[in-house]
Design a protein around this ligand. Structure first.
Ligand code: PLP
Length: 384
């Protein structure tokens, strides 16, 4: 059996090696390293793929979130509500801009922001909501958009983990993750579903005025060379990364389909185990689909119900099966984000999930032998 990896970037590279090497060589030969034709072409291709009017490439997903918030003109002291169960970058940029992060609990099934907790947290200072499409599946955007509209709030989608995912609205309309709010941010970190070979990110919006503002902010606040109209940052996607991303973007649907196929096999193998809860489909689809991208499985995350999660992590390490605990500590208990308004009783689900979740190897190159070994090892240890 091939060595099992959490993410197999080498295996994926082998398949696209010639194409990627040729495009990188072309960038080296033309020396258009920053804002070259590759970046422009990638931007257009991603706009087409997502069905969004404007993509603004930038240096990483954290910058993308920060720049999105800067572009909306949020002011120090404004409150921004987001999920307690997410990667720290989401809350980090809010705090960095001297806005106030307000963390709320998530739903047990989807792991995404709980609309009821979200609405309860709104105050006169609230200006924006950041739904995070965690692990590859969209938050409940029907509810988030409805609440935002009623309270006149911006919606900034954190789409770092769900590029290519579809959201099905309750009226049946489908839209790509990252195209539903006022603005969205994504990451092209190598292990992401669409990852480059370094750091990269992008902001998406359908609002032309906002897109113009954002294009200046990513480039030192310049709209005309050496005229700095607003305080900006230096956050650019370089041409080599754009060349890699172009080779992968045209395969993204296939990559996501491979992830979904692996997820389906995992789920089938765990279906009889009453101590294991497999990922639940939250938006319209009941099970893992062959026909749509309702979940793109950035992570395949189980809940282990019998208190054996930590023992399982240890056991898998002994069997040389990599795994991850995303996330072991809720953000509201992280030192950087402590706030006296938080009460433990307000985070029952996050507090439970951090003890139960475990993410299994998930990438485009998993084979049946590896999946059977992983599922067999887990079912044997956890007991059905
Ligand atoms: C939910 C979420 N938001 C934001 C980010 C930040 O992206 P980057 O690492 O490209 O800065 C990540 C990256 O892991 C993420 O998972």
């Amino acid at each position: 059996m091939r060595k099992i990896q959490m993410v197999d970037l080498n295996g994926q590279y082998e398949v696209i090696k010639e194409e990627v090497n040729a495009s990188i060589s072309k960038v080296l030969e033309t020396a258009a390293f920053i804002n070259g034709p590759e970046v422009h072409a990638f931007q257009k291709e991603l706009e087409n793929y997502l069905g969004v009017k404007h993509v603004i490439p930038c240096a990483n997903g954290t910058d993308a979130l920060q720049i999105a918030m800067m572009g909306l003109g949020l002011k120090p002291g404004d409150e921004v509500i987001t999920a307690d169960f997410t990667f720290a970058a989401t809350a980090e940029v809010i705090a960095l801009l001297q806005l106030t992060p307000v963390l709320v609990d998530v739903e047990q099934d989807s792991f995404n922001i709980d609309p009821i907790a979200l609405e309860k947290a709104i105050t006169p200072k609230t200006k924006a909501i950041v739904p995070v499409h965690l692990f590859g599946q969209c938050a409940n955007m029907d509810a988030v958009l409805e609440i935002a509209e009623r309270h006149n709030l911006y919606v900034i989608e954190d789409n770092a983990q769900a590029i290519g995912a579809d959201y099905t609205f309750s009226n049946g309309k489908k839209q790509k993750a990252g195209t539903m709010g006022h603005v969205a941010a994504t990451s092209f970190f190598p292990s992401k579903n669409l990852g480059c070979y370094g750091d990269g990110g992008a902001i998406f919006t359908n609002d032309g005025d906002l897109a113009h503002t954002l294009r200046g902010i990513v480039n030192h606040g310049m709209y005309e060379r050496y005229h700095h109209d607003v305080v900006g940052v230096n956050s650019r996607l370089d041409s080599i990364q754009a060349a890699v991303l172009r080779a992968k973007l045209c395969r993204l649907d296939d990559y996501n389909a491979s992830r979904r196929a692996a997820a389906k096999k995992y789920t089938e193998a765990f279906s009889g185990n009453k101590n294991i809860v497999v990922p639940q489909m939250a938006n319209g689809c009941r099970e893992i689909c062959d026909t749509c991208d309702c979940h793109v499985f950035h992570q395949y995350t189980l809940r282990i119900l019998n208190g054996q999660r930590d023992a399982l992590v240890k056991h898998l390490a002994e069997k040389q099966i990599p795994c991850g605990v995303y996330y072991p500590i809720p953000l509201h208990r992280q030192k950087a984000y402590l706030d006296e308004r938080y009460k433990e009783k307000d985070f029952p689900i996050t507090n439970q999930l951090v003890k139960e979740v475990i993410s299994l190897p998930m990438h485009t190159e998993l084979d049946d032998e590896q999946i059977s070994f992983i599922t067999g090892t887990i079912n044997q240890f956890i007991g059905e």
